[in-house]
Ligand binder design. Structure first.
Ligand SMILES: C[S@@+](CC[C@H](N)C(=O)[O-])C[C@H]1O[C@@H](n2cnc3c(N)ncnc32)[C@H](O)[C@@H]1O
Length: 250
């Protein structure tokens, strides 16, 4: 398979995005000898990063088979030394063996796209060893200024919330000259609010080890710190979440 330049460029963004992801948690775990799963791995950049950090086994899963085809070809062509320790699969986590016992499950910029996040957390929990951890960093959250992932094509903050789901979807269909988009879910966005995420995490049966809203080195993080302190505004001034969840020992 010939690797497309656009995919290679996207993959290369990991060079700065992966270290940034871990800085937003305050540091990365020791991956030496670890078994690691990346859910929503996309082009596979984080998987390669973790394998290079010494993980014994690293698996990347994604529902987008084209991205997994790229990840596998890129692995074979550019990282053959890592191939014995790396697997990419176009597969739903529900179809992955339950006795996997991963030390870490990673998810970068994907939780806001996972439609049944509540169910996904249970599937992740089944595949973690006791004491194993999930590291998930994601955003923008739907109720934040640009939480529509630019589907509205507006520079006006919160414009998508003013429009509402129906009008947003109508705009997208008009622009794309389609009629099959009926909801945010069809656009690959779960549309969850901050409050809903918090409830899902609290009810997951996983221990919340760390919860960092608005974790970023960008100025916006400082600007939003004050309004995000006030309960009615928090929902609209929280643009991302970096969370660590742990499977209880029993
Ligand atoms: C914004 S991309 C992020 C990809 C990659 N982690 C990165 O940082 O470049 C979100 C990815 O999540 C994947 N995704 C969405 N729902 C998923 C699910 N239920 N299981 C696995 N992957 C999923 C999408 O196919 C997409 O590749």
């Amino acid at each position: 398979m010939k690797l497309q330049q656009a995919d290679l460029d996207y993959f290369a963004r990991g060079t700065w995005q992966n270290p940034q992801f871990w800085r937003r948690f305050g540091g990365q775990p020791d991956f030496d000898g670890a078994r690691v799963l990346d859910v929503g791995c996309g082009h596979g950049s984080m998987v390669i990063y973790i394998a290079r950090a010494g993980a014994a086994k690293t698996v990347g899963l994604d529902l987008n088979c084209e991205l997994i085809a790229f990840a596998n070809a890129n692995l074979a062509q550019n990282y053959p030394d890592l191939a014995p320790r790396v697997t990419f699969r176009c597969q739903d986590l529900r179809d992955y063996p339950e006795d996997a016992a991963f030390d870490y499950i990673i998810s970068k910029d994907s939780f806001e796209h996972i439609i049944d996040l509540r169910g996904m957390l249970q599937e992740m929990k089944k595949r973690l060893r006791p004491g194993g951890r999930i590291y998930a960093g994601f955003g923008p959250l739907y109720n934040s200024p640009f939480g529509d992932h630019d589907y509205t094509k507006s520079r006006i903050p919160w414009r998508h919330l003013m429009l509402g789901e129906e009008m947003l979807v109508a705009r997208v269909n008009h622009r794309w000259k389609t009629d099959h988009i009926h909801s945010l879910h069809d656009l690959g966005l779960n549309g969850l609010s901050l409050a809903e995420y918090e409830r899902i995490f609290a009810e997951s049966g996983l221990k919340i080890v760390d919860f960092r809203p608005n974790s970023s080195e960008k100025l916006v993080s400082k600007l939003f710190a004050l309004p995000a302190r006030f309960r009615p505004l928090r929902e609209y001034f929280t643009f991302n979440i970096y969370i660590v969840l742990e499977k209880p020992a029993r």
